[in-house]
Design a protein around this ligand. Sequence first.
Ligand code: NAP
Length: 549
Amino acid sequence: MSAHLAERPQTLRSADAQIVDAVVVGAGLGGIYQLYRLLQDGLKVRTFEAADGIGGVWYWNRYPGARVDSHFPFYQYWFSKELWDEGAWSERFPGQPEIERYLNHVVDKYDLRRHISLGTRVTAATYNEETGTWSVSTDKGGVVRARFVVFNTGGLSEPMVPPFPGHELFAGESYHTSRWPKAATDFSGKRVGVFGTGATGIQVIQTLAPIVAHLTVFQRTPQYAIAIRNPQIDKQDLARMRTSFEGLREKVHKSRGGFVYDSPSPPRFEDVPPDQREQRLESIWSDGNLRLWSESFADSGVNAEAAAFVSEFVRKKIRARIRDARVAAKLVPTDYYFGSRRVPLENGFYESFNRENVELVDLREEPVTSIDATGINTGTRHHDLDTIIYATGFDAGVGSINKIDIRGIGGASLRSLWQTSLSTTVGMQVHGFPNLFMTMAPFAPAAAICNVPVCVDQQCNWIADTIGFVREKGLKSIQPSAETEAAWMAHHNAVSEPTLLGQNRNSWYRRKGPDGASRELLAYMGGIPTYRAACEKMRSSGYEGFEFS
Ligand code: NAP
């Protein structure tokens, strides 16, 4: 018996099962659109959402300073001109409350709420080969039977909390940024410690630094962050947005990262005269968005010389903002290239370290030894704290799916299978698990290199089209063949691993094994147009390379 068959499936009370056409798991950005699209296609659908509210990451991540790094008007749905016209965005980079309101508006506008069971966590899904259906159980004790199940559970949903010795002894308050309480939190006068300087930690740190009595930042890896430009959105901006929908929608779906910039395609590094390179980067930098990541030079993701040039440009920007050269040396990355990990935006993050009440602890010099009732011990020091904030990220790509006991053909456990061999077909299906679909999962561009609303639009549509195909043909099930999956994985490895993103092994872009060692590069790096073409070829060929029953 193989390892992934060894775990015992949960017992299902299938006699009580409700029957629908599809179960959607998750009511975040992906799940909401998936539900909408499947309802439009005439399916009976039930959505389960573990949270008590709509929004997925925009429900959970309500930490101080939370806002999106995708600039206006690209972080919104692309399926409806009417919805687009109603967009009432107030900032170029909207904050969490505005996005949460927007997603609730979408749910109400399309009358989706009655199809969603909030506060209900899916715990198991088991495939029945005879009937070609899934039995989906929840923590509320019910079972729903559906031909199709779609996991729109998000690639960055399952929080990671480092197992520091003694963390349970801490007598103050502890928070993980992605499980932030809804009740107001007041940090004024508090001594606060923050673990993590990723996109989340940066936002927390720059927001709390002026408020708290003392802030201790525990940093493991320094970041190359870009200074954000975040003006208010005015009536003219909104009017321009409304006239640009069709044109932008077409372009954004063909774009490199789900954004459209009003600029010609970037040149290769060697095609820009040396004395003009810095000037080019200055002009892109002044945009104050993620453009420097994707458009510095056409080859900056694969050409080490280009990447080194851009990295040094950003290092200079960082150094110029920090008064103490010793602190600057800790905040400036030197052992990886700009862009080889997720690039965050910041707004006063670096200046925070010029403040008297902010202290940087470099965990590479003095690692955490333990946590006790009054604070954190590093090296030979003790840091007295009232509050610890964990901005320590996620079990990326697989965490939210692995939490569920998923059983495919022959009772095989997806969790166990992925433990030994993580693979998907275009990040949306897995061989051995017919009629099961997922978005923001490994080996697709997903959140790593794509503006999420654009990527989920394409993925949810592909999934709905595939489900439509099965229904129209009167089939029971669809799954990729083992060969199709192996071919996709070989292609993924061939195009993704050689990139500079692949060289940096220490970020959530790579899965961490149980031993902490980094494994596969989760993000597909062949480019969004190539990815979309591969998905479209599957669809237009009538799913050549897939197996049906
Ligand atoms: P993250 O990028 O994975 O960062 C986690 C941070 O915690 C890193 O600094 C990491 O250090 C640190 N850390 C992890 N384990 C640690 C340990 N044992 N000891 C000390 N430090 C530890 O997570 P995130 O900041 O939550 O962001 C995840 C992703 O969510 C982002 O990349 C982005 O895609 C998305 N996000 C977007 C926005 C936005 O759009 N504005 C905001 C937040 C998040 P190492 O780097 O050394 O591992």
